[in-house]
Ligand binder design. Structure first.
Ligand code: GRF
Length: 217
């Protein structure tokens, strides 16, 4: 049984998708803890209700980024994870944390990386006139929203989209691709070679959302 720790900052819908798929698809894994940097993260409630251990490492209680990284590393290490999954975790992690979990640290980012790392991805995609948007699951490296790509999803951008409608359309696909990526990881189906990730069984490392299914016209 692989042990998964999920880090969140808020709503936690991606974490919820991971927990639900892990159980429904009988992965050889278990989400052993959900840790937040915010005590009021709504996702903590869901985790508690599932009987999953929860923890809070409040970034405001640490004077420096390094001190926060240390504290978070210790809190995560206490659960001896095989995989750490960032799911809407809104703090930038430094080398102290990233090196501790190198190759065992995944993130989901709501853009087609390497386009639009950082914040406000949907607003920036709309401003740039993008016709396609999406999400990316990637291994975490020290560079923000960068690192070997595991899977990407693409959705159409509609002319009348707002940040909210586009975010919602992308989120539907996040809940599909993140569980898929984590499942591949815990089943040992991912291979990292020279910065590229290969799915050993040749499964598609992309998802093109059906426009009708995601409100794309
Ligand atoms: C998601 O869009 C995720 O990709 C981004 O922040 C959002 C978090 O949503 N990093 P949730 O907390 O998983 O519901």
């Amino acid at each position: 049984m692989k042990r998964i720790v999920v880090l969140i900052s808020g709503r936690g819908s991606n974490m919820e998708a991971l927990v639900r798929c892990c159980a429904a698809e009988s992965w050889p894994a278990r989400v052993v803890a959900v840790i937040s940097n915010r005590p009021d993260a709504a996702g903590l409630e869901f985790a508690r209700a599932q009987g999953i251990a929860t923890g809070v490492v409040d970034h405001r209680a640490h004077a420096t980024r390094g001190a926060f990284d240390h504290a978070l590393r210790e809190a995560v290490a206490a659960h001896a994870p095989d995989l750490v999954a960032l799911a809407g975790f809104m703090r930038v992690l430094g080398p102290v944390f990233v090196h501790a979990w190198a190759g065992r640290l995944l993130n989901i980012h709501p853009s087609l990386l390497p386009a639009f790392p950082g914040l406000h991805t949907h607003r920036r995609a709309l401003e740039a006139g993008c016709k396609v948007a999406g999400a990316t699951v990637h291994f975490v490296t020290e560079a923000l929203d960068h690192g070997p790509i595991v899977i990407q999803s693409a959705v159409p951008v509609r002319p009348d989209d707002t940040e909210g409608t586009l975010a919602a359309r992308v989120l539907v696909t996040e809940h599909l691709i993140y569980p898929r990526a984590v499942r591949w990881f815990v089943e040992g189906a991912l291979e990292l070679d020279a910065g590229r990730v290969r799915q050993r069984d040749g499964q598609a490392q992309w998802l093109m959302a059906e426009p009708a299914a995601v409100g794309g016209g």
